[in-house]
Ligand binder design. Sequence first.
Ligand code: 3HC
Ligand code: NAI
Length: 696
Amino acid sequence: MDTQAIKYEIIENIGIITGVNPPVNALSYNVRKGLVEALKLFLKNDNIKGIILCGEGRTFFAGADISEFGKPMQSPNLNEVILEYENSNKPIVAALHGSPLGGGLELAMGCNYRVALSSTKLGLPEVKLGIIPGAGGTQRLPRLAGVEKALSMITSGIPIDAKNALESGIIEEVFEDKLIENALNFIKSKLTLDIHPVASKLTEKVSNVKNDIFINFSNKIEKKHRGRKSPLCAIEAIKATTNLSFTDGLEKERELFKVCHDSKESSSLIHMFFSERKALKIPDIPKDTQILPINSAAVIGCGTMGGGIAMNFANVGIPVTVIENSQDSLDKGMNIIEKNYSNTVSKGRMTQNEFKKRMSLISGSSKLESISNADVVVEAVFEEMNLKKEMFSKIDALAKENSILATNTSTLDIDQIAESTSRPQFVIGTHFFSPANVMKLLEIVRGKHTSKEVIASTMKLAKNIKKVPVLAGNCDGFIGNRMFHEYVRQAHALAEEGAKVADIDRVIYDFGWAMGPFAVNDLAGNDVGWRIRKRHKQEGKYDNLRYTSTVADQLFELGRYGQKTNRGFYIYDQQTREKKIDPEVDMMFEKVAKEKGISRRQIDDKEILSRLSWALLNTGCMILEEGYALRASDIDVTYAYGYGYPHWRGGPMKYAEDYGLEKVLEEIKNYRTKNPDMWPKCNYLEQLVKEKKNFN
Ligand code: 3HC
Ligand code: NAI
């Protein structure tokens, strides 16, 4: 007899309990109920001497059902389930494969033994959802693996592989294949032994632990996860293993779990989790759309972006050819790629063999003909329309049939680029972010003629190369840069009106962004922004506008491009890259303000944050109104993965929603009366507020 989500069978004298809750065996109510019922049946059956707990499909239980969070918990809760397994008088082995994460691993740690396939990745990723393990994970993992290992796994949320888990004492054996057959042999070999103590009974690894380890971890975490609560709560819960009994520790964990569960940090991170997955769903592109195979790639231009883009392909085993227009530039580009990989090797994060393998997958060429066998061609030459058009007409002549023709342009019109080919349906934007081998976002830009097959295949490709894709429409700057442009313009307006550059950056950094707008400008290169502004000026986009990033243009004219020239909005130490405030820049703002007749005043932190946040929000709403983003949550994903926006704030749209759209609009209207050209009216936002609605 099977319940809906649990299957059970008996092989010889061993009972097998299998989770059947696709796609990831989340521990939903039916699963928890089934787990207890199956166990009770097996415990009553005298013929059964041992038990295997496993999962069907792609993984062992991958954790609690996140969609149940915030709803009333239906009994049995996971702690109750685990207690039943822990109290079993017959030995139980959890047979792990796939991703035993969170509650899944917690359940496994309530069993007497754990065995796993070597491909298994296991961990407690709860902090990534703004919570801590809530079913004993903070109490059992330190008892199995030691406090230091538990601190590292739980505060980072990063899964470890089976080999590492074996070495750490979390699992007992690793198998290459035949999981159930091997688990059967394993549990049979234990039947004649005394029952193995469960994790909660172990004390050795949590005795005599020095307090320093917790202090050091907290200090590290406070720096790394600025402003976040859950990793610190995790440390506190783990510490309880060293000074409280298991039962009291569990109580402490519950208390801290509740604090985290009820926090904005958690609701924002859960929003991020589901938004990232929602972004993959494109309403007019059915799931069964034909996917074009991508087994080889070519990247044209091996500069800042091209080299990193090529590495993405090599990292997942796809051979890639990089093409430059001279041997010199090619050598330079290839050397940078090699240096990047060497750095990873020297940090111990890549073996020499892997290094050789990846380098062997990247070949260089100075002939455009080398693209002729590639399934995808990514163009990453200078950001100039005429050059892009020229390149695409040549690509069209050389690329094979059905090859995806992608451009890495950050702002230019995809349709104009596509027009220079005879196959616009194959042309698409793949906007990588710098550094392209590191940043997770891939903004995929749909042209007027881009075919559904090409979009679906590019979305799939993004997942394969481990990027987070977001589909954008073809407007100037697409989603991310169109918003960023307004955000930077607002930062300049603030500086012209009296805020100091370093104060603006500080407010944004303290909010949780990786860096402030001026520091970003210096990192990306002020020359890049200048080229875009130059085009915008030619197209009349700045006509009659007062705030136009004038100081940035002046710095460009002085050759101060940012970090690459050791001077931009800040002054950089040539060796250490440490930045220093440049008082000259604040004076330049003062002078520009005077010339424009702007009266300067003291601007407080609250106004800085609000104006920068709502500049993003207002532009985001316009993008939604015009249909260039499918949903507000796609914008949140774009900002979290491409621009260093703090994930735990949920993204610029979610943050505004949490703040209250009505209040946001009121503040915008107030700013608009003073600076109308900075705050175009967005009907979509006005309508939402009028109807008392949020984004959906
Ligand atoms: N709860 C509910 N739904 C989940 C889920 C979960 N824990 N994990 C994944 N899903 C859903 C996804 O939303 C997605 O749904 P969709 O197809 O409708 O968009 C579907 O399952 C497939 O997920 P992925 O696309 O992410 O599948 P992958 O194969 O790429 O990755 C995975 C699989 C590694 C398991 C990944 O889904 C993942 O990391 N999941 C979250 C795991 C996690 O955080 N577990 C801890 C939960 S909190 C907890 O356990 C609390 C406890 O301490 C009490
Ligand atoms: P880059 O100037 O660093 O590199 C461009 C490379 O293209 C140079 O190495 C150049 O030699 C090569 N090139 C020029 N003409 C060529 C030709 N005919 N054939 C082969 N190679 C040729 O520029 P970067 O920064 O890499 O930008 C490339 C593209 O990526 C641009 O469209 C840019 O807007 C976009 N982009 C840039 C980002 C950044 O942060 N730098 C971020 C996202 C997109």
